[in-house]
Design a protein around this ligand. Sequence first.
Ligand code: AMP
Ligand code: MG
Length: 407
Amino acid sequence: MISIDEAIAIIKDNIPPPAQAECPLDLAVGRYLAEDIRAPEPSPRYTNSAMDGYGVRWADLGEPTPEHPATLALIGESRAGLPFAGTVGAGQAVRISTGAMLPAGADTVIRVEDTREEGPNVLISAANKMGQDVRLRGEEFAEGDLLLRRGVRIAAPQAALLAAVGLEQVRVFSPGKVALLVTGSELVATGATIAAHQIRDSNMTMLRAAVQESGATLVSCARVSDDRQATIDAIGQTAAEIIICTGGVSVGRHDHVKEAAEANGFTPLFWRVRQKPGKPLYLARKGRTLLFGLPGNPVSAFMCFAHYVRPLIGALSGRAFGWPTLTARAAEEIANRGGRPNMLRVRTGRDREGGYTVSSGEKQGSHMLTSLAEGDGYVILGPGQSLRAGEPILVYSYDFRTEPTRR
Ligand code: AMP
Ligand code: MG
């Protein structure tokens, strides 16, 4: 039996390099950059006005006041998308809109509020400094500057930045491909008629949702009975980067997942982790494919997914390997009275100072889905470890859409 940290280290050592693809911008949203992006052009691309007002030459203004305004001859207009073709000479000004090109000769913009038009002239009643309200070409970034780093997630702001510099395609990591294989002769689909001795298959629904939330692509999901050959065949027919099996991974006579994986050429990487729940967790590898054998208990399966599978899915999709976490203070005593590290299901809240609190539910049984559904995360307490009220603890969140916390 290995420790939680040892299991994580083995997983990290076996992450296959994530697949990449050149992708149109719209499809790249939600994915992670596989390349550094350098600016193909500067921003702003041309020197322009930050205000609606007048483009002028600073040297013409003197120190204007409302009583003694500077008077300039209005010679034209520069509008957004319709620049002024000429040059602003001594004593001249052009009307200018926000974002419009600053005409040659002008070096300063006077906002409309500090001006008044009178016949062919514009009167300037205030000016602060040369270059005011001018956005210089390249002042945000120059051509060749690093805009976005490899590994960054593309959301609306990053997509906009790429679009603004004319990049229609970027190289991103492809989402990991995941297959689900649920084992158990006692299982029936949720909607089916159920006999007294049967169990509704909740793992299928739960893990489909969890995989989807994690951003991976679910390529197949199937159910198989506790039959040696059927399990061998089912694994043999499954192709994915991550195969998630549930059930049949313990020491029972009808547990076939480990043997079936190895009959298909998988090499075991570990079996059994010193933890509660989820002790029988199994991992094997064949080439680029990693196969997890999660315990059948829905709570155990979920906790193993959250702590082991989800960060791997992230890494396979180009994200950092890790967990979304926060630090919270125990709202009351939380104790692990057992002899194994315990992943205790908890619920977080807020205290008056805006910090997080955490409390654990009464019912922690690994068959009790309410312990998951009523909570939003888990804490890991060592054997015999107990937290007094107010003690801080790291909480791992169940929200698989959230980025891992950087540490
Ligand atoms: P196993 O790991 O196959 O020994 O299963 C452990 C327990 O989890 C048994 O009580 C199973 O009936 C239950 N179980 C296994 N698979 C599922 C599933 N897909 N949905 C709900 N319960 C399950
Ligand atoms: Mg079973």
